[in-house]
Design a protein around this ligand. Structure first.
Ligand SMILES: Cc1ncc(C[n+]2csc(CCOP(=O)(O)OP(=O)(O)O)c2C)c(N)n1
Ligand SMILES: [Mg+2]
Length: 588
């Protein structure tokens, strides 16, 4: 059998170390499916139920492994479905390759069925975006695509017309008229050097030496630099604030962290940002600038991998380009260790109070179930190297505050796109890459429902993922946002009764447990975590539990009160929950 283009395409990806492709077939990619069939010993194809999920799986795979994630969709609608997941990869800087089908070359431009110009559609999302017109372009375009995905840390796209997919891989049908050979390259790539210059590092050290009250802000780009971050924090006697995507940079119980920042962050982090005179940003492009110190009030140094992003959020005196781990290693010997630890101790004390306040909200005696209690049980029972995926919603606040990074735990969610629904597909992508790890998706009812068919994917692939749904029968996050805007909630609650997602699991042969009372939470989570296969725990939680900011500002409280006055439904239960939250914290 002569080698066809699709076979060469998949083979070249295997040469690059690709072992998994997430996708869904269609008449636009039957040739590529044949390529995958022929290469099945080298590359596994994971059949999903929705292309958006395939793109999320590829993104989750890339987030957890650092390797290229690959997804595949048919021409037209399939390619359109991929987009949300691809934008998630783009915004969180993950190397992901999308392969799509295209109508055969002879009818391009004739308005044939499903003729969508995917190369044009992907122009904005992709760093490299190429239609393959001629088998001779292979394998170089594959090499270029993969190298670009890694080098620019983003999305790349190859679209292959049907006739090219099944063409002879060695075919070169046209006369050559350019003074060039058909391209030939090797599947190799080297990362840019990660160590900044001595001069730049010295400037960072000098700036830090002048600082009296310093904070370190660590993001996802510093996930591989835990030891270095802690060593620098110790030397500077300065607390580390973590962005949500950087939650697993350092453990939550470390005396060197004040936890998260932003709406779902901690009060000590907010106070710290208001008090400091010097900020060291490491591996972060934190977008919520309102939570950064006021420009002009602080001196800022930043260690950032991408020169375009160094100094992009706040006036930065010393922007340094490099890898977080290597740069911090280079910086450490230049720092004079501080004996005055008053600044650090102040925030350690504040964190002691904050932790007590959070523990007080993990009240297992409340009916309906407090979502904070649900996370606390999961936190206690999950493995020390568990991977938690999460979605946008109030669940992100509960996970940020009540899921604790310890040991080798990891945490992933859609950081910058903040899209709903990736939690479940991320878990599937990650479990494929890490079969031995405990992988848990902590998601809301809204996000889960969007792509819930992928739980069937997990069942069919016998993936032991654990799904824990914080089911408040509402788009909870938006409910509170509407009230903070000063208006009563509208169009954000599902009609009663609460949906039963556990039934979806049991009906398809997985473990599914519906929980309605706090006394049943622990046993259900325990059972799911120890179950040898996919398991889903669907927990009805209090829909009136507000994710309060770490520090409530007067303006926010006023808007909240305005919403009440304008006719906010369920005022009484919301007020009761808030009142009980405060009482519990005062008791603690
Ligand atoms: C695709 C998408 N649609 C809408 C939103 C806006 N949004 C953010 S959080 C949220 C509510 C999520 O509801 P759920 O998953 O049930 O979590 P909850 O907030 O109730 O805990 C919505 C609608 C979004 N981020 N992404
Ligand atoms: Mg919800």
């Amino acid at each position: 059998m002569a080698e066809i283009v699709s076979e060469a395409l998949i083979g070249r990806l295997a040469d690059w170390g690709v072992d998994t492709v997430f996708g869904l077939p269609g008449d636009g990619i039957n040739g590529i499916m044949e390529g995958l069939r022929r290469q099945q010993d080298r590359v596994r194809f994971v059949l999903v139920h929705h292309e958006e999920a395939a793109a999320f799986m590829a993104t989750g795979y890339a987030k957890a492994t650092g390797k290229l994630g690959v997804c595949l969709a048919t021409s037209g609608p399939g390619g359109i479905h991929l987009l949300n997941g691809l934008y998630d990869a783009k915004l969180d800087h993950m190397p992901v390759l999308a392969i799509t089908g295209m109508q055969e070359t002879s009818i391009l431009g004739t308005g044939y069925q499903q003729e969508v110009n995917l190369d044009k559609l992907y122009e904005d999302v992709a760093e490299y975006d190429q239609m393959i017109y001629n088998p001779a372009q292979l394998p170089t375009v594959v090499d270029n695509a993969v190298r670009t995905a890694y080098a620019r840390r983003g999305v790349v796209h190859l679209t292959v017309p049907n006739d090219i997919q099944v063409a002879d891989a060695g075919a070169d049908p046209w006369q050559h008229v350019a003074p060039a050979r058909p391209p030939q390259t090797a599947p190799v790539m080297l990362s840019a050097p990660g160590m900044p210059s001595d001069h730049d590092l010295q400037r960072v050290a000098d700036l830090l030496a002048d600082g009296k009250k310093i904070a370190i802000l660590a993001g996802a780009g510093a996930r591989h630099a835990r030891a270095e971050l802690l060593a620098v924090a110790e030397a500077l006697a300065a607390p580390i604030v973590k962005t949500l995507s950087g939650k697993d940079t350092v453990p939550d119980d470390s005396p060197y962290t004040t936890g998260g920042i932003g709406l779902l962050g901690t009060r000590p982090s907010e106070d710290l940002m208001e008090e400091i005179d010097t900020l060291l940003m490491v591996g972060t492009n934190f977008p919520y600038t309102k939570y950064l110190p006021e420009p002009g009030k602080v001196r800022v140094a930043q260690i950032e991998a991408d020169p375009a992003r160094a100094g992009a959020r706040i006036p930065t005196e010393v922007p340094v380009v490099g890898d977080a781990k290597q740069a911090l290693q280079g910086l450490l010997p230049l720092l004079k260790p501080r004996s005055d630890t008053k600044h650090l101790e102040k925030y350690q004390k504040e964190m002691g109070k904050w932790r007590k306040n959070m523990t007080a909200l993990q009240d297992g005696g409340r009916e309906p179930i407090a979502p904070q209690y649900l996370v606390s049980v999961l936190d206690e029972l999950a493995a020390d190297d568990a991977v938690l995926t999460c979605d946008s919603g109030t669940i992100a606040t509960w996970a940020a505050r009540h899921w604790h990074i310890r040991g080798g735990r990891e945490f992933f969610l859609s950081g910058n796109l903040a899209t709903m629904a990736p939690g479940l597909p991320y878990a599937i992508g990650i479990q494929h890459a890490m079969p031995g790890r405990q992988v848990i998706a902590f998601v809301g009812d809204g996000g889960f429902a969007m792509l819930m068919a992928e739980f069937i994917t997990a069942i069919k692939h016998k993936l032991p993922v654990k799904i824990v749904i914080s089911n408040n029968n509402a788009l909870g996050q938006i409910l509170w946002e509407q009230m903070i805007l000063g208006y009563p909630e509208y169009g954000v609650r599902e009609p009663e009764p609460f949906a039963n997602y556990a039934a979806l699991a049991t009906a398809n042969g997985a473990l599914g447990i519906k929980v309605e009372h706090p006394g049943d939470v622990r046993t259900a989570v325990q059972q799911a975590l120890s179950h040898d296969g996919p398991a889903l725990v669907d927990v009805n939680v209090n829909p009136d539990e507000p994710p309060m900011p770490g520090k409530v500002e007067y303006a926010q409280a006023k808007k909240f009160a305005e919403a009440f006055l304008k006719g906010q439904p369920r005022k009484a239960t919301i007020a009761t929950t808030l009142f009980r939250d405060k009482i519990e914290q005062l008791k603690a």
